[in-house]
Design a protein around this ligand. Sequence first.
Ligand code: GLN
Length: 498
Amino acid sequence: MKLVDRSAFDVARDVNARRLSAREVTDAALAQADAVDGQVGAYLRVEYDLARAAAARVDARIASGERLALAGVPLAVKDNMCVIGTRTTCASRILEHWTAPYTATAVQRMLDAGCIPIGKANLDEFAMGSSCENSALGVTRNPYDLSRVPGGSSGGSAAAVAAREAAIGMGSDTGGSIREPGAFCNLVGFKPTYGRVSRYGLIAFASSLDQIGPLTRTVRDAAMAYDVMSGHDPMDSTSLPRAVEPASRALPTDLRGLRVGIVREFDLQALAPAMRTIYERAYAELESLGAALVDVSLPTVDYGVATYYLIAPAECSANLARFDGVRYGLRVDAADVGTMYEQTRAQGFGPEVKRRVLIGTYALSSGYYDAYYVRAQKARTLAAKDFAVAFGACDIIASPATSCPPFTLGAKSDPYSMYLMDYYTIPMSLAGVPALSVPCGWVREAQADLPLGLQLAAPHFAEPLLLGAAHAYEQATGYSARVSPAAAGSATGIEEPA
Ligand code: GLN
């Protein structure tokens, strides 16, 4: 097995045991990025100096007798998270040359635990999108089929992990942006409970929904990353003061006694036959592991997309008001200050971001506020109630993660069809409950095998239960083991030392 194929768990174990140095792991990850990223485009920037300096620090700490939870683990950081001294662009022209003056808490915790920041990963501009195609700064391709999208908005972090350019990707999920690229890149994509991971240093899109989480090749790695990055942060007033129950210690291998809710409204008949077969099999696999499948209802689930696409743009229009040419990033000079604002924002933001700012400003304007924003908030309350009722009858909920497999670049040209990509993931975001996507099989399309994800969701703070169920499923099925062609085809020549 090549060094870059190793899980975070394996890397950390061997670096701690001094069988491997962080330096060796880092060199292998950087060489892999050199070999494959020209094709994949996961990173906006590979941070060679930062990575090597971090590796040297980790090796010194290990040499002095410390043990680190994620010693030497190569990390891809979505480029909407601040890392001090590095450019942090949100894949937007408006921040293209902006350098972060501090490091996001969640990233800092990963670095303190021994992670090596390999690079800053591409995303849809300001995390708005489902394919990475809204990036103003680069194209990212799916390592399982280079003609297709990696998903979004955390598409760069997902592609980096699937192409073996990192073992853990940090993503942010507002309406599905970790889970959908996780599904599209055959990874575990995990969105914790809202407020469980600090948002300090995550450039805000929709603050009441944004949540940082990991993308990994195994559930165990996701649990290890979650244990490190989660927990209260006084710098984020929405981060929860409640203690974190570690998730990576006891991961079960069966589902005996677990009640798995199958959502009546998520009718598998609506899917293409090949996909339906995969999800029917996935539910049967859960059952054969000892779970009891129970019928549950989320009556307002069909309003999710409409609700989200009012609340998220409303919050985005307020959050993005700060990019005015004065305080951050791009400034387009003009004769008067009004024209300067106008020109800066006109040239700095891409079409999807502008669309959201316009929709959001409209929904918040007097006269429309009650009709749109307040109603959306009421619908959101109903969504949360739906989950509370459903979780009275089941322990976790299973569903498809997406309604289609990864699509070809350019295939979804109208915004509405892109918004519908979030149909299965948005309800959990509105309710703030933890949810993940775990690989569940392949569909064949146009001579390519395309990965699909099973979404599992749990009540607030039930991350250990959720990750445990996903682990049991993954261990029994093994769909995640298949290496992406982009990663396998690379010949970096760097093999594991004997
Ligand atoms: N695709 C959704 C959107 O465009 C979700 C994005 C996200 O979760 N950041 O808003």
